[in-house]
Design a protein around this ligand. Sequence first.
Ligand code: HEC
Length: 102
Amino acid sequence: MILAGCGGNAEQADVSAASINAHPGKEIYDQYCYSCHNPGLNGAPRLGDAEAWAPRIAQGRAILLTSTLEGIAPAMPQRGLCLSCSDDDLAAAVDYMIEEGQ
Ligand code: HEC
């Protein structure tokens, strides 16, 4: 009885945590990356555009992270213009873009 009760509570906690937010990187994306990556400004790969993302994803996540941190001259700014973002924040935003782009 007691064990079953604990298991039930843990499951409930998981479910509510998962339903609170969609993806940990979405908030950063919506705030800092959206303005270029939703319209595809200056050739930015658009969110959810699998064709545009396929060759980029094929480079591997590490390359995508490096280009996010360092930028790609001239059009992709260093750190996607989020100077207050930590490396982890930016990695979460990149993961969000990768997932949406598959
Ligand atoms: C001012 C516009 C702009 C903003 C803001 C911006 N990007 Fe970009 N991004 C671009 C452009 C343009 C490219 C394509 C650059 C190229 O391939 O020459 C790009 C490419 C990328 C790529 C692909 C890199 C690769 O190696 O192929 C990633 C990942 C990326 N951006 C992540 C982000 C993230 C994360 C943010 C927000 C924190 C962000 N960008 C904000 C314009 C922007």
